[in-house]
Write a protein that binds this ligand. Structure first.
Ligand SMILES: Cc1ncc(COP(=O)(O)O)c(C=O)c1O
Length: 449
């Protein structure tokens, strides 16, 4: 009899449920897990299966072998081509068979750099890393070195490093409008205060004033997150940067390759001096890239930026293959159309049940929020009820090519019942607090007990 990976995995593990393993984790791993967004508390405290034994397509199996359809964050946006994509996994298996590490460098990194320049003809050079946060830290170091100025103006989420979290020194709400509220900068040296200055998206005057009143050397921003840019906004930011000798960095870790073959900025006809890609570039394998103009990137030679595991081979090999597959399949059209379909269906469902919702995000990363003070309770309830029906679901869907229309229609069919109950709660015919079988999910960063 053929033994599957799942069987082997289960055989070697103690018999334990995901929730119990997570209890153990919280004693061994501060924060329970390495990524805030994967904390079970962000979904369904005490009930979320928490750990997976296998993932394929848009399916995830928990430790008990239960199979779920992932209509949530899909590995937090890493797998546009679905989990365990055959073509990419074959390349990775070959790397494992022939050696992932050696004293020599891997040739794939050179070909990958070449490919990224082909995709970004405005750029000349590339550095690689393995996480989005470190790629952003590298971009900031290079940009500061190139501009000769310390101050950075930021808009959006750019990771966990000191340079970014320092925004919250002195004003602990500095980052609240930039994806994750409540981030505590404890441990970040207090003398970094004032070195990173936040500005609100689509508020050009605020950025202009920042530049007028501070010696800003770098503008770092997400090109688009919750809503599209106002007419001319990105063009104005570009001009402001050029006129003031500021290095403009677009963080495309999350938006890249979701609407175009490269950065979403291509859609708006504005070019940065540097851009950062992550998440989507290697379909679940670790590879991030900093792509930029020669005059900026060369500054990397004058400072020290170097790390052992930035030289392993799986990341660049997987990224090269992912870019090849994506270039042929153009998945951005599929995931964008599917995202628009989902968004419209949510709106229709809400209307049917007399519920007020707001939708947000680029279509491939669509989300909705109830216009209600019980928003987090309702989100928890959706996760609770949909889990019973075999779905990993909350209020955002990161689409992948594995999300066929049938899968999405079945999900929407099941969600209809949940919206019906929420509607009754809004009309005070039912009490949501009595329907929840676990504590309410977290809405941002919180210390775990
Ligand atoms: C725009 C953006 N930049 C940077 C990051 C950080 O990437 P990582 O979590 O890989 O460090 C993220 C992650 O969500 C992101 O969305």
């Amino acid at each position: 009899m053929k033994v599957s990976n799942l069987d082997l995995f289960m055989k070697n593990k103690e018999s334990i449920t995901g929730q119990d393993l997570y209890k153990k984790a919280k004693k061994l791993i501060p924060g329970g897990t390495m990524l805030l967004s994967k904390r079970p508390e962000m979904f369904l405290p005490n009930k979320w299966p928490s750990y997976y034994s296998k993932a394929k397509g848009c399916n995830v199996w928990d430790l008990d072998g239960n199979k779920y359809t992932d209509v949530s964050i899909m590995g937090i946006g890493t797998n546009i081509l679905g989990y365990g994509n055959k073509e990419i996994d074959e390349v990775v298996s070959n790397v494992v068979a022939t050696g992932n590490m050696s004293t020599f460098n891997c040739p794939e990194e050179v070909y990958l750099a070449e490919k990224l320049i082909e995709i970004n003809p405005w750029a000349d050079m590339v550095r690689f890393a393995r996480t989005g946060g470190e790629a952003n830290a590298i971009a900031i170091r290079i940009a500061r070195a190139a501009s000769g100025k310390d101050k950075v103006a930021i808009c959006g989420y750019h990771g966990w490093h000191d340079w970014y979290l320092s925004t919250n020194l002195g004003n602990d709400e500095g980052l609240d409008s930039h994806l994750l509220p409540g981030l505590n900068p404890l441990g970040v040296p207090s003398n970094l205060k004032g070195s990173t200055l936040p500005f609100l998206y689509n508020d050009y005057e605020e950025l202009e004033n920042l530049v007028k009143n501070h010696d800003v050397g770098v503008i770092k921003m997400e090109v688009q997150r919750s809503s599209p840019p106002k007419e001319g906004y990105l063009q104005n930011v570009r001009k402001l940067a050029t006129d003031n000798d500021i290095v403009l960095v677009f963080d495309e870790c999350t938006s890249g390759f979701r609407e175009t073959n490269g950065g979403i900025f291509m859609k708006y006809g504005v070019e940065p001096d540097m851009t950062v890609f992550g998440k989507t570039i290697a379909n679940g394998y670790a590879l991030t890239a900093i792509v930029g103009k020669r005059e900026v990137m060369e500054a990397a030679q004058k400072t020290f930026i170097s790390s052992t595991f930035w030289t392993e081979r799986i990341g660049p090999a997987a990224a090269l293959k992912t870019l090849e597959v994506m270039e042929k399949a153009e998945p951005w059209d599929f995931i964008t159309n599917m995202g628009m379909y989902i968004t419209n269906q949510w709106k229709t469902l809400a209307q049917t049940h007399d519920l007020k919702i707001k939708t947000f995000g680029i279509p491939a990363l669509t989300g909705f929020a109830f216009d209600s003070e019980k928003m987090l309770e309702y989100k928890t309830f959706i996760t609770q009820e949909m889990l019973k029906k075999g779905y990993l679901a909350a209020n955002t869907i990161y689409s992948s090519t594995a999300h066929t229309k049938d899968i999405i229609d079945n999900y929407l069919f099941e969600l209809n019942d949940v919206f019906h109950v929420i509607s009754k709660c809004e009309k005070e015919q039912l009490n949501i607090d009595n329907l929840l079988e676990s504590p309410v999910c977290h809405g941002g960063f919180k210390r775990l007990n």
